[in-house]
Design a protein. Structure first.
Ligand SMILES: [Zn+2]
Length: 289
């Protein structure tokens, strides 16, 4: 490889071939396009498209298994309860354990658990709950990845989830809430926005499909008492707004700010999950002493 080749990079904002040492990109004017801040793996994207959905699946399932294991360790009798509560509470982790691991709601927020607005996205209350949400993620995920790319997907999923739980806590005062569905509703919002903006046969078809999911969620939410409609609604509206702000790939190619936002979301999520681990270990050792 020649030194000239080694010195050239793709501008992190406009993706044109430039020299690493440029003070600013000659095409788009981005300052110091070769700096580490703008070229580290976190900004470039940790995940390939299918890797992102897999990573989300792994984090959700791992936390669910951990919450079940902790519930059983806390009370060996718990296994009987997990099996006896009917379909909707089959393999439901204990509420004390879910509280420690970061479920959200007015209760945890009143105790200062502000991180629960993010951590609650990765917790589930029963086997059916996680099964349904992960199935929805695998259905919706590829579509949103296709039209928005991994960077914008990460921001829509993360910020949309926080918006959903914030709406649930501050507008409806839900005592306890958790699950990936606030983030999933943000993905639905992003599909709605894309379908509406893009138009044409394809856009109209997607808009109709996403509208069908919203209708189905509204009916299901009205009939069933255990559904947090405020988290769903907040996630949906949040997803539409974020999608409108970020744009979709066909209109706006990946820009530096898309990458920076997604890096911030990945850092915040990783930091939150590490903090939840520390908090849980501290709470457990306090309970023992
Ligand atoms: Zn550039």
């Amino acid at each position: 490889m020649s030194s000239a080749k080694r010195n050239s990079i793709l501008c992190p904002n406009c993706n044109k071939l430039i020299s690493k040492d440029e003070e600013s990109c000659p095409y788009c004017g981005t300052a110091r396009p070769g700096s580490w801040l703008k070229n580290n793996p976190l900004v470039q994207g940790l995940f390939k498209e299918d890797g992102l959905l897999k990573a989300l699946l792994i984090v959700n399932v791992t936390l669910y298994v951990v919450s079940l294991a902790m519930s059983m360790m806390a009370n060996p009798e718990y296994i009987k309860q997990m099996l006896s509560g009917g379909l909707f509470s089959l393999f439901a982790p204990g509420s004390g354990v879910l509280y420690m691991l970061g479920m959200s709601g007015v209760g945890p927020m009143a105790q200062g658990h502000w991180w629960s607005l993010l951590s609650a996205n990765y917790l589930h209350g029963s086997l059916l709950h996680i099964g349904f949400n992960m199935y929805a993620l695998m259905q919706l995920g590829p579509l949103v990845l296709e039209e928005y790319g991994t960077h914008r997907f990460v921001t829509i999923y993360t910020v949309g989830g926080v918006a959903g739980f914030a709406a649930s806590v501050y507008l409806h005062h839900t005592p306890f809430t958790l699950g990936a569905s606030a983030s999933l509703c943000a993905l639905i919002g992003a599909v709605l926005f894309f379908g509406h903006k893009r138009g044409g046969t394809y856009g109209k078809e997607l808009f109709k499909q996403a509208g069908g999911w919203v209708l189905w969620l509204a009916i299901f939410g009205a009939l069933s008492s255990g559904i947090d409609n405020w988290a769903h609604g907040g996630g949906l509206v949040g997803g539409i707004i974020i999608a409108a702000l970020l744009g979709y790939k066909q209109r706006v190619a990946d820009k530096l700010y898309h990458k920076m936002l997604s890096a911030a979301c990945v850092l915040a999520t990783a930091g939150t999950l590490v903090w939840v681990l520390i908090y849980t270990l501290m709470a457990l050792s306090k309970a023992r002493s």
